[in-house]
Design a protein around this ligand. Structure first.
Ligand SMILES: *[C@@H]1O[C@H](CO)[C@@H](O)[C@H](O)[C@H]1NC(C)=O
Ligand SMILES: *[C@@H]1O[C@H](CO)[C@@H](O)[C@H](O)[C@H]1NC(C)=O
Length: 595
């Protein structure tokens, strides 16, 4: 009977505890829950906005230092932006530096809360963000969804889920001589970092370094391109408003727009601890030379001439899927994509099939702007950021045709009937291109599908390797030994198998080798590169500590004749003991004993 009473009491208390636990789990406040906030969108994205079309659209205004912002798809003015001066940059850095002192004390949970807040905003405002990006850079809404929104949501989510694990102190191994040590690496914020980013993804390129920098405890000065100066204040505001909503200082993030001569002031500034540069090779030389004055490390992300290698055993069921991926990879953002497909290298059978299949598709592509896109007028390919490269593109295409390439679509700039001041290049298909042609070696950054023929897998790899770039690459086929051979041998920083650019969609480290730059952003490597990688060694067991053995203790003078010789023998013995095989260790012990 007594036992039954005990059991009853036991069950009752168990039920009580479970009820408490249940209420705790249900009612507990999620300390990292996102905070809602608003940012007023620019008036220019209202439906029906047209804007004053400039006669000769240009960023420069004669006799003034202001930046004339305009929509590259229509030539319509978006407004004037006053660029920063050197003093303005000093002030921005000073504010960021001050805010970072407090921010460095925040926990990962507090930083995650800011990113979750930003993610909620991005998800709920996808269309507004996309429209702003489209208006400023000329891309289409689908281009913006994939290249601005999707990748930003992924970067936020990855950092929320895996950022802390990437920056948590990491235990490192020890060795025989140092067996009494406990070793680790810890990642601490650098202070104020900078990012100078390109115009092709005005939202993602601006926000991505902000995400990584603030999560790693840094403040950031982000310099957007003058070509997309208009949207940078709205986009930067999305990040600073998330900080404010979570109770932090918005000064942590400083957006700066300036002309190149003033940018030197930023890149050589002694208070900047790290620079991420995304842009072109000629500019990178200036940025690195400028950063060298303050010995500031630079992560250099330049363009590429990315190959897609198509093997002959691509199955019929996969052919159409792959062809669509190649179209997207080439014409995304009108080809203005650092990891865009610049060369499709196909083996003989699939080469012929690709020409037949793609020619009508590329000829059917409609260039245009989101401003005239409608159900009856779909727009496939957006505008280019400027017309400055068009003459060069036409010359490269003509040069290739003169050397035997066949031009099956496009090849020339395009005057849009509704937007004659817009910057458009006709979607182009050029085949029979060989590695010696200039067009096969130059990064085009344009809506050009360039097809090259390879005789074998080895030949395809050799062609893929034949440029001065090595950023991304992709390979499509079914024989895994051929696919793996390409993965191993192709010279690139990133390789996707049977897919395009997905290494970035899972936040693997992003970057290239050769003429495509150095350093990595994204992933664990990217986060860690924004930190001081502090190496720490501690004693593992109480009382076991390093002490200088008496024969090696200086000064030797008081130790009588032969002291230095004895010290050397002892030191040599330590090395044998630590690194020799068993015979060496015996020799080491003899040395220690002075035998
Ligand atoms: C391609 O480049 C890589 C890296 O330099 C090299 O290991 C490989 O042998 C090259 N392959 C061919 C076929 O050129
Ligand atoms: C796959 O490719 C390798 C090397 O090119 C070849 O030896 C092998 O026979 C192929 N396998 C199949 C199933 O075709």
């Amino acid at each position: 009977m007594e036992n039954l009473e005990d059991l009853k009491a036991y069950v009752a208390s168990a039920i009580g505890l479970l009820t408490l636990l249940f209420f705790y789990l249900v009612l507990r406040k999620d300390l990292e829950a996102p905070v809602p906030y608003d940012v007023a969108p620019p008036a220019q994205i209202q439906p029906g906005w047209r804007g004053e079309v400039l006669d000769e659209p240009s960023l420069k205004v004669s006799g003034s230092s202001v930046i004339q912002c305009y929509a590259p798809a229509t030539g319509a003015s978006l407004g004037l932006v006053n660029p920063s001066t050197a003093d303005g940059i000093d002030r921005a850095i000073a504010k960021a530096k001050e805010a970072q002192v407090e921010w460095a004390k925040t926990t990962f949970a507090q930083r995650r809360k800011v990113l979750k807040t930003m993610l909620k905003f991005v998800l709920e405002n996808q269309e507004t963000i996309a429209r702003v990006a489209c208006l400023d850079s000329g891309k289409t809404m689908v281009d913006a969804s994939l290249g601005e929104i999707l990748v930003t949501a992924e970067k936020l989510k990855w950092t929320i889920d895996h950022g802390e694990a990437s920056l948590k102190p990491e235990r490192r191994p020890t060795n025989f001589l140092m067996m009494y040590k406990w070793n680790e690496v810890m990642w601490q914020p650098l202070g104020v970092v900078a990012a100078c980013v390109s115009w092709n993804y005005p939202f993602h390129n601006l926000i991505s370094p902000i995400i990584a920098s603030i999560f790693s405890g840094n403040a950031i000065i982000v310099k957007g391109s003058e070509a997309t100066a208009w949207s940078s204040s709205y986009f930067a505001c999305i990040a600073t408003s998330a900080l404010i909503a979570c109770g932090h200082s918005p000064n942590l993030i400083q957006s700066v727009i300036c002309w190149p001569n003033i940018a030197n002031h930023l890149t050589s500034h002694p208070s900047i601890a790290h620079i991420t540069f995304i842009g072109s090779r000629p500019i990178a030389h200036h940025v690195c030379a400028s950063a060298a004055k303050a010995l500031t490390p630079v992560c250099v992300e330049l363009g590429g001439k990315d190959p897609a290698i198509i093997l002959d055993d691509l199955s019929t069921s996969n052919f159409k899927r792959v062809a669509s991926i190649l179209m997207r990879g080439t014409f995304q953002s009108a080809g203005q994509n650092c990891i865009g497909l610049e060369r499709v290298i196909a083996l003989p059978n699939v080469y012929r099939k690709l020409i037949d299949h793609l020619t009508p598709l590329i000829r059917a592509l409609q260039p245009g702007s989101i401003l005239n896109s409608s159900p009856s007028h779909p727009v496939d390919v957006g505008a280019s950021i400027s017309a400055a490269n068009f003459a060069n593109l036409e010359a490269l295409i003509q040069d290739a045709v003169d050397q035997g390439a066949r031009l099956l679509a496009g090849g020339k700039r395009y005057i849009h009937p509704q937007f004659p001041q817009g910057h458009y290049f006709t979607p182009t298909f050029i085949v029979d291109v060989t590695p010696t042609m200039k067009i096969a070696q130059t990064e085009l950054f344009a809506p050009v599908f360039l097809l090259m023929r390879a005789e074998s897998v080895g030949d395809a790899i050799a062609i893929a390797n034949s440029t001065s770039y090595a950023l991304g690459a992709s390979v499509y086929g079914s024989n895994s030994s051929d696919l793996e051979r390409v993965v191993r041998e192709v010279h690139a920083g990133m390789v996707a198998v049977n897919d395009f650019a997905v290494t970035y969609m899972v936040q693997l480290p992003f970057g290239g080798v050769k003429g495509s730059g150095y350093g990595r952003f994204a992933g664990k490597e990217g986060l860690r590169s924004l930190c001081n990688q502090k190496a720490v060694t501690r004693d593992r067991w109480p009382g076991v500590k390093t002490s200088i053995p008496p024969p090696m203790d200086i000064p030797f003078g008081s130790k009588g004749k032969g002291a230095t010789e004895r010290a050397w023998k002892f030191a040599e013995g330590i090395v044998w003991l630590g690194y020799g095989d068993w015979r060496g260790k015996v020799r080491g012990i003899r040395g220690l004993l002075g035998l």
